[in-house]
Design a protein around this ligand. Sequence first.
Ligand code: ATP
Length: 433
Amino acid sequence: MSGISVALRVRPLNSREQGTTAAARCLTVDEAGSSLQYTGRDPPPNANFSFDRVLGEASTQADTFEGLKDTVASVLEGFNATVLAYGQTGSGKTHTLLGDVSSPTERGVVPRAVAELAQGMARYPECRFKVTLSVIEIYNERIKDLLDPAKDNLQVIQDPVRGITVAEATELPVAGERDCVELMQLGIANRAVSATAMNAGSSRSHCVIYVVVEKAHADGRVEFGKLCLVDLAGSERQDKTGAVGQTATEGNLINKSLSALGNVVNALTDPKGGKHIPYRDSKLTRVLQDSLGGTARTVLIICCSPSLFNDAETLSSLRFGVRAKGIQNSVQANAVRRTPEQLAKALAAAQAEVEALKAQVDRLQGGGSNSGGSTGKVAADSSCCSSGGAGGGLADKQRRGGMSPGRKWALVGSLQLAGLAAYFAAVEVLGCA
Ligand SMILES: Nc1ncnc2c1ncn2[C@@H]1O[C@H](COP(=O)(O)OP(=O)(O)OP(=O)(O)O)[C@@H](O)[C@H]1O
């Protein structure tokens, strides 16, 4: 079991907050460490919070990515990895995940992750890679394909090989980092965004970017890893966002799915354990099933505002992060697949073994001859028997009928079992094909 990793990032005060009472801070960050103090109103008895990493207001996009590198790189080793940005509206989730994708310093986690994967692939010159990209959004409890917006009610399924998957989401092959970023931008441009009083470019949907990597080895094995990058919509208070009409309805649905997320986190970290995990209560929690309590390596980035104006929301995000730190995933690599050529080879080997064992059974049952069609293994057995010299070999005993019926049937039985095992191996191989 492995706990999910939780990082906390504090954005700088924005221009609206500076020079007003909102410029007072509700957080004191230990820049060198991994803890911070909540200094806002209604502090809890223990106002100290610690996380795996704390990134203060001066943190850069590069600092933020540094702590995620290993998680991202594990996708090339056949793991699923998730980076999830959580926080109040306007707290910096989209900035952290996407940032300015065209700027080398201001680009966020997603373009950096793609670059990291591209560099990682170069370390395996003997392997062939296939990389695909999908971009979906969960808007008003419907999953929409942002690479083909006509598909707007996709379903979440449990795929036997890939695990939790959005069925029929467009997967476009990408040839390199630039290709990937361009396609991603195309998808993001289709995302639902509105201006609210809290954020001029407020995301009204949860957006998930999947980068799927298939790594084919020279011997035919294929490893499969999936990177899932999630920019959640922010929790919001209608009195602060000033949302009305459709924007207010969106806000309610965003809050509803975030509260379903909170319920999943609570159930997963319930000290009594054994609780039903309500993944199916929302599309968001269903999509994140493998990331929370599943087999993926997961990093949660809690984004928050340092302003006293947002103290209640910041405290709520800190509490969510602390709770999420208790989630244990059983991290494991995806099953290695084999190519059709490899499967054909394995099947031929299994068939040859079945034939050899059949011939051996025939011989032991008395009537079989050892000539023609016998494999090397059988031939070796008989030569060993005949070269015994003293007439005590298996073949001699058979000829003389010297083997006890009990021993003979035990041998026949074990050879038949071995044959059966080889047969099932062959069936398994065929089944995989
Ligand atoms: N660490 C940061 N450094 C500089 N600017 C930041 C930082 N974090 C956020 N911002 C700025 O704050 C504004 C709001 O950020 P962003 O859109 O990323 O918030 P969000 O959490 O994604 O909000 P929403 O949930 O409403 O979509 C943006 O203008 C963004 O550039």
